[in-house]
Design a protein around this ligand. Structure first.
Ligand code: SF4
Ligand code: SF4
Length: 473
């Protein structure tokens, strides 16, 4: 990109003043086409985020990330520690997805989908506008002494912020320990579960701190995705961008004068009204080019479109565009590169969905008891002792479970002596003996296949080793 005339912006960041103190951003209330669409998307995502831990499909919570008990549900598919490989694959797919998506579409995720932006811009900021008014009124309020009006407005805002932070903390906890458990705690005596109460208080304070004070600093200094932009974006990436060719032309930007033919005079279409700056929630000037602080919230697009409309110039001086397209004066095109990347994204997503559907609902393993040798019994019978574990990932109990040998003739004796139940989303463990006639053994370490049955129905097969004496090879 050509070097802008004013280079001062390179020496400082918008949210820190010359003394190193935080410069509070008072963004103007956005309005316009993109803001309207973003609001619709946000309401949908807010409804999803707030309800997902309380929705159940087939008895499974829709989204659950119970790290302590190692239980995970994604779109109601329960995951167990045994499904770790799936988690690893989904993480790889996720990382590739994020990288490719960002290379093509820039930080669209930040502006449209990120919970931080959604809660800050669509919940907390809207409450702030409601109580304190738009930018001008907020600045005046912050400068005025602590009189009755300021105390009333500030405390009302902080109180509402705290209540919403408390609600978010409850929902967050429901993702971690389960929606049912949280509802149980809410309806019961909170002091019966002191540790949960402490976690809830900590989460509430963290959310309050983020949304009432830390705000855009999360995106600027804390978010690792934001820091990655420098290596992921290139001049083909679609971003919220200022068309500096049109905005500056040969003579640069200048104030609006009525009945002036700016194009003929070589003046740019930017009338330097700075409305795109005052509306920006991270306090930057998009006319300085793509910046790490830009969360692609589109507020500056809407604002500049209003200005262009009011002075009868075409909209889109700030728009979704790639650097290349701005230089070549082309409008957005779905290039072969984008098509290729999108195809890879689709394939990866397809693979992951396929793996999710092909995953077993029941998992069984039988392992020889460590340190135990085989036993030689009467009638040439060899016996080995094992521990077994059956995991039921479904939301129904699996009843009347038993084992049968599939590869050899012999018997399996459970120590409990009777068939067992594997509870829903639970497991059954125990000890068993496998007895084979020595004549049936091919080596001193035979691989044997065992079927797991529920009644007469084979629900899973598993393999283990059977040890015998060397002489029977
Ligand atoms: S809102 Fe548009 S016209 Fe006004 S300063 Fe920004 S880019 Fe220039
Ligand atoms: S520069 Fe524009 S898109 Fe980027 S954060 Fe500021 S207002 Fe949002």
């Amino acid at each position: 990109m050509e070097t802008p005339k004013d280079e001062k912006f390179r020496d400082s960041i918008a949210t820190v003043d010359s003394e190193g103190k935080r410069s509070w951003v008072f963004p103007k209330k956005p309005s316009g086409k993109f803001y309207k669409y973003r609001s619709y998307v946000s309401y949908f995502l807010l409804a999803f985020l707030l309800s997902a831990p309380f929705i159940k499909i087939n008895g499974n919570q829709f989204l659950l990330f119970n790290i302590l008990e190692r239980k995970f549900n994604i779109f109601s598919f329960p995951f167990w520690p045994q499904d770790f490989y799936l988690l690893v694959v989904s993480m790889i797919v996720g990382v590739v997805f994020i990288i490719l998506f960002t290379v093509i579409f820039g930080r669209i995720f930040c502006g449209w989908i990120c919970p931080q932006t959604i809660f800050l811009e669509m919940v907390f900021r809207k409450i702030e506008y409601l109580i304190e008014g738009d930018r001008g009124k907020q600045i005046r309020l912050s400068k005025q002494p602590w009189n009755a009006e300021k105390i009333r407005k500030k405390f009302l805002k902080w109180f509402i912020f705290f209540v919403i932070s408390f609600i978010i903390a409850n929902v967050f906890l429901a993702y971690l320990i389960g929606g049912d458990t949280v509802i149980e705690y809410i309806t019961g005596n909170p002091f019966d579960n002191i540790s949960t109460l402490i976690s809830l208080t900590i989460f509430t304070c963290v959310f309050y701190f983020i949304f009432a004070w830390f705000r855009e600093q999360v995106c600027i200094i804390a978010c690792p995705y934001g820091r990655l932009q420098g290596v992921l974006l290139d001049n083909k990436t679609i971003n919220v961008a200022y068309d500096y060719k049109r905005g500056e032309r040969e003579e640069g930007r200048s104030k609006f004068k009525k009945n002036e033919d700016r194009e003929a005079l070589g003046k740019g279409d930017c009338i330097d009204c700075k409305q795109c700056v005052v509306v920006c929630p991270t306090g930057i000037d998009i006319r300085n080019g793509t910046q790490l602080e830009c969360v692609n919230c589109t507020a500056c697009i809407d604002e500049c479109d209003h200005i262009m409309e009011s002075i009868n110039l075409p909209k889109g001086l700030i728009r979704y565009e790639s650097e290349d397209n701005i230089i070549k004066k082309k409008s957005f095109q779905f290039t072969p590169r984008m098509k290729g990347y999108s195809a890879v994204l689709l394939i990866l997503t397809g693979i992951l969905i396929g793996m999710l559907f092909l995953r077993n609902d029941v998992e069984a393993n039988i392992l020889r008891l460590p340190g135990q040798l085989y036993q030689q019994k009467e009638n040439n019978i060899i016996s080995n002792v094992y521990t077994y574990k059956v995991i039921n990932k479904t939301s129904e109990d699996i009843k009347d479970v038993s084992y049968k040998l599939l590869s050899h003739k012999g018997t399996i004796k459970l120590v409990s002596n009777h068939n067992f139940i594997v509870p829903k989303r639970g497991l059954a463990e125990g000890t068993l003996f496998i007895e084979l006639n020595a004549a049936a053994l091919k080596s001193d370490k035979d691989k044997i296949e065992i079927g797991v049955y529920s009644g007469d129905k084979l629900i899973e097969t598993t393999r283990t080793n059977f040890l015998g004496p060397r002489s029977y090879k």
